[in-house]
Ligand binder design. Structure first.
Ligand SMILES: [Zn+2]
Ligand SMILES: [Zn+2]
Length: 259
C-alpha cells in the first residue's frame, strides 16, 4: 500500500478503506495527467476500479471538447486490455444547466459512457436565459443577501431533483458543494431513483451535517478523490473521516470496505 496512505491511516485512525475511485479528471478537461496516468496510479494502489469522469462539454473553461468523447472512449478501450487487473470506467461529470434538470451531455454521446454523474458547477453555459437567473445570479446574490438564500436553495434543489428525474444519473457529485441544497429532498429522490450520493474528499461534501440527513434515507454513498492529478487518485482520507464521524458503515458505501 502507498506509504502516505498508511501514514494517514495511522494518524486519523481510519477503520475503512476504498477499493475503487469513481471520480477522477484528466487532461481532457482540467486535470494535469493522462487517462493512463490515472489508471497506473490506481493499479499501483491495488484499486479494483477507477473511473475517468471529465466535465461535460457545457463548461466554458474546462468542459471536454465534444470531438474528444469518441477519442476518450477508444483510449479507454485500449487501456482496458492493457490493464486487465483494474476495471476502467468511462464516465462524465455532467453539469446541471437548467432548472428543468437538463445536463450538458448530447444525446448522440450518451452511448459512449458507462456511467453519467452530475453536479453543480459555476462557469457553465446555462440552457436558457432564465436559467442564468435562477441558477447563477440567484446563488450569487443569495450569498450576499440572506433573504435570497432560501430562494436560491429551493431553485438549486429543484434543478437537482429534476436532473435525477429526467436523466439516468449514476451518482451526484459533491452534493451541497458550490451551491446549497435541501438535502432531505435530494436524498429522498436519490433513494427513489437509486442514485449514489458522493462524499467528495476534495470538496468535503457531503459534509457531516448533510451526510447525517442523507443517511436517514435508503441511499448508497461513494467516497471519491475528485483527483485532478494522478498522484491524488485514491486519496480519500478526508472523505473517510467524514463518513466515520457520521457513523456511516462500509456496507452503505459502494466502494467502501472495513479495514
Ligand atoms: Zn465537480
Ligand atoms: Zn470533479
Amino acid at each position: 500500500m502507498d506509504k502516505c496512505i498508511i501514514m494517514m491511516k495511522r494518524r486519523v485512525g481510519l477503520i475503512m478503506k476504498i477499493n475503487g475511485d469513481n471520480h477522477t479528471h484528466t487532461v481532457y478537461s482540467h486535470g494535469k495527467n493522462t487517462i493512463e496516468d490515472n489508471v497506473k496510479k490506481a493499479v499501483e494502489l491495488g484499486l479494483e476500479k477507477v473511473a475517468i469522469t471529465d466535465h461535460g462539454s457545457g463548461h466554458i473553461f474546462y468542459g471536454v471538447d465534444k470531438r474528444n468523447w469518441h477519442k476518450m472512449r477508444d483510449e479507454i478501450d485500449v487501456l482496458k486490455k492493457k490493464y486487465p487487473q483494474v476495471e476502467i470506467v468511462m464516465g462524465v461529470e455532467a453539469n446541471i444547466i437548467g432548472s428543468d434538470g437538463s445536463i450538458d451531455v448530447d444525446e448522440e454521446h450518451l452511448e459512449l459512457f458507462d456511467v453519467i454523474n452530475a453536479g453543480f458547477h459555476y462557469g457553465v453555459k446555462p440552457k436558457r436565459v432564465r436559467d442564468f437567473f435562477s441558477l447563477y445570479l440567484l446563488n450569487f446574490f443569495g450569498k450576499i443577501l440572506p433573504f435570497l438564500k432560501k430562494r436560491a436553495m429551493g431553485a438549486n434543489t429543484k434543478a437537482l431533483v429534476n436532473a435525477m428525474e429526467r436523466n439516468h444519473i449514476h451518482m451526484i457529485t459533491h452534493p451541497g458543494a458550490k451551491v446549497p441544497v435541501d438535502m432531505d429532498r435530494v436524498a429522498k429522490k436519490a433513494q427513489d431513483k437509486n442514485v449514489i450520493l458522493e462524499i467528495n474528499a476534495h470538496h468535503l461534501h457531503l459534509d457531516l451535517d448533510d451526510l447525517k440527513k442523507a443517511m436517514k434515507y435508503d441511499v448508497k454513498f461513494a467516497i471519491n478523490s475528485d483527483a485532478h492529478q494522478s498522484i491524488h487518485v485514491g486519496m480519500v482520507h478526508k472523505g473517510i473521516e467524514i463518513a466515520q464521524a457520521a457513523g456511516l458503515k462500509a456496507h452503505r458505501i459502494v466502494n467502501g470496505e472495513e479495514d
